[in-house]
Design a protein around this ligand. Sequence first.
Ligand code: A3P
Length: 285
Amino acid sequence: MSFDHFDYKGVRFIQKVHSEKSISYVENELKVLDDDIFNVTYPKSGTNWMIEILSLIKHNGDATICQSIPSKERAPWQEIVEFQEQEANLTQPRIITSHLPHQLFAKSFFKSKAKIIYTMRNPKDIIVSLFYFAKIVCIFKEYESFQQAIEDIVKGNALYGSWFDHVKGWMQMKDDSRFFFITYEELLKDPRGSVVKLCKFLGKQLDDSQIDSVVKHSSFSSMKENKMSNWTHAASDMLDHSKGTFLRKGVSGDWKNHFTVAQSEYFDKIYEEKMKDLNMSFSWE
Ligand code: A3P
């Protein structure tokens, strides 16, 4: 996948969607509020799913807002050029999305009581998701081969830089009480349990039926039907809807249908090398 890019402090961004000014605004000027909730991920890790869950928790399971306001306005990406306009319309507690690596994150966050939810996903499934995503995003040039998608992640040339650095950077906060770490795979395996844990972390008390409603309305099938969450509202010069859907499969382990044995072994070897100093293990297929 290639796109018109620029690098900011060694991390790759898209021209026009991002600018040096928009990233620097977040880094140096954004005033983080103590009740802000940040939804942080590496792309294709379940960002939109978490937007839906957090929006529903904020509104006590009531889906009205999720069904009337597009996800990108409910929980805007803080590093994009449009963010400052969107920021003005957010109600507290603000839900703010970000793919920024730890080292570029809002400096004022670190002096605040705001919270971060970091969702991580099996990088092999991220590669598959990204491979299909590149086909539908108009400003991306499609990958010529699946191997190219693997190389983009291995070499850190993908949008937002290296997946390995992103995870290692954010894991520095794993013992911080303002940081909640969850995996896409855990969300899939135990959606209700995950919502309960998130509510506890956010200090939100929802009753059983409200929790059921969060789980129901954030399910893959509900989100796929919801025009405010499935990105069908995106203009056709942004997403080519004839080439695929944003909510594609929503499963874990799809990498097994795409990686050859050699590609899988190649990736595992690099993973071992790059992640050996992290001392954390993750459960995914
Ligand atoms: P696939 O392409 O593997 O289907 P992001 O929001 O970070 O861009 O991630 C997109 C991925 O999350 C896509 O993965 C998408 O289908 C998946 N996804 C979105 N909502 C989901 C849900 N409710 N349940 C499971 N997966 C979901």
